[in-house]
Write a protein that binds this ligand. Structure first.
Ligand code: APR
Ligand code: ZN
Length: 341
């Protein structure tokens, strides 16, 4: 099969012919329809963040496709089924899995990180993690549910616990942040979106933001949010992963407010602990999405309650995946995907 192989940082992915994967017991062979290009891939390719499996490795963790073979002992799937492959496979046995927190599984396996992923014509995935896609959701576009939509869903619903009437600020309106905006708005919150790009702020308004603030350095951004929200927001989401905006997000909160960190950041960040303590603030992280949240999420998309196709800007064939990654580097578009032929 054809695949885009990662050989190490600071080099383009190489399009090669590699052996077709074969499904082991309990696994499915999936013919990939499409895979989202995610910022996480740029962490590996551009910023020396190591992959769990050393290269050569096929990246790609946001896939949809069709089942083409079924491993031994698999129940509930047949050849031809339209499926979503989530970004993380959980072990189902560790302490976190048994507490219902599979997204922080102690032995999680991420395609395109621990094992070969979806920048290829075929991939294998454990049947227990794979989800059926209803006919209402276009197969190609569905891929981005696996991370760009599901990660914000967990952040808004479980970690942020956004309720109707809450006031929310979202820092960063990229693929992740825009979905935080649309899911928080769909949850009945009043949403203030922050970005340095006017184009992204325009998108944010289309996806349900009630107000927007042009980002920048310093204290002005938090002040403006406090002014717009009458003293600070209840919940702030940081979906960039940049120390100054993490501080701005914390400083935008009202008393008793909650900062939900969604963006990945390698650096330490200083927050005002006196404020944290005196005003009972919360600072919490959010990672991926639990398997139990996928069914309601897929249902929301199928019923048109969340926009999906509108999130996809560029569609590139596998041969041109490095161009797609360049669009991502340049901040072009909302979510760019690789479409297999
Ligand atoms: N203030 C406000 N917005 C900013 C700033 C800033 N100082 N710097 C960058 N941004 C905006 C960009 O303009 C862009 O719209 O943040 C957005 C980041 O979006 P993407 O690059 O599309 O990244 P995305 O895929 O959304 O991921 C965001 O979440 O899961 C993590 O690893 C991922 O850390 C990354 C983060
Ligand atoms: Zn586990």
């Amino acid at each position: 099969m054809k695949a885009a192989v990662f050989y190490g940082p600071h080099q383009p992915l190489k399009i090669e012919t590699v052996a077709d994967p074969t499904p082991a017991a309990g696994e499915l062979l999936v013919k990939v329809a499409a895979c989202g290009l995610c910022h996480t891939d740029l962490h590996y390719i551009d910023h020396d963040v190591p992959t769990a499996k050393r290269p050569p490795l096929i990246l790609g963790h946001e896939a949809s496709g069709t089942v083409t073979a079924v491993g031994q002992d698999v129940k509930g799937f047949a050849v031809g089924d339209r499926v979503l492959v989530p970004a993380v496979f959980s072990c189902g046995e560790c302490r976190q899995c048994r507490r219902g927190r599979e997204n922080i599984c102690e032995r999680m396996v991420m395609p395109g990180n621990h094992v070969d992923g979806a920048y290829a014509e075929y991939m294998v995935a454990p049947a227990k993690d794979v989800l059926h896609l209803p006919d209402e959701i276009p197969l190609v576009d569905a891929c981005i549910i696996a991370d760009a939509v599901s990660t914000p869903y967990n952040a808004v619903k479980n970690r942020g616990q956004v309720r109707p009437g809450d006031t929310v600020a979202v820092f960063g309106c990229g693929g992740v942040g825009l979905n935080v905006v649309q899911i928080a708005a769909a949850s009945g919150a009043n949403v203030i979106a922050v970005d340095i790009s006017d184009e992204k702020l325009e998108h944010a308004r289309r996806f349900g933001a009630h107000a927007t603030v042009k980002g920048g350095e310093g204290k002005e951004v938090s002040k403006e949010i406090k002014r717009l929200s009458g003293g600070g927001v209840d919940i702030a989401f940081e979906a960039i992963g940049y120390p100054p905006t993490i501080v701005q997000a914390f400083d935008s909160l009202a008393r008793g407010g909650r900062l939900v960190q969604v963006g990945y950041c390698q650096h330490p960040v200083q927050l005002n602990v006196s404020r944290l303590m005196f005003f009972e603030m919360e600072v919490i992280g959010s990672l991926g999405c639990s398997p139990l949240d996928y069914l309601p999420l897929i249902d929301l998309v199928a019923r048109g309650r969340l926009k999906l196709s509108e999130l996809i800007s560029h569609r590139v064939p596998l041969d041109r995946i490095n161009e797609g990654l360049d669009y991502l580097r340049q901040g072009q578009g909302i979510r760019n995907i690789v479409v297999m032929d």
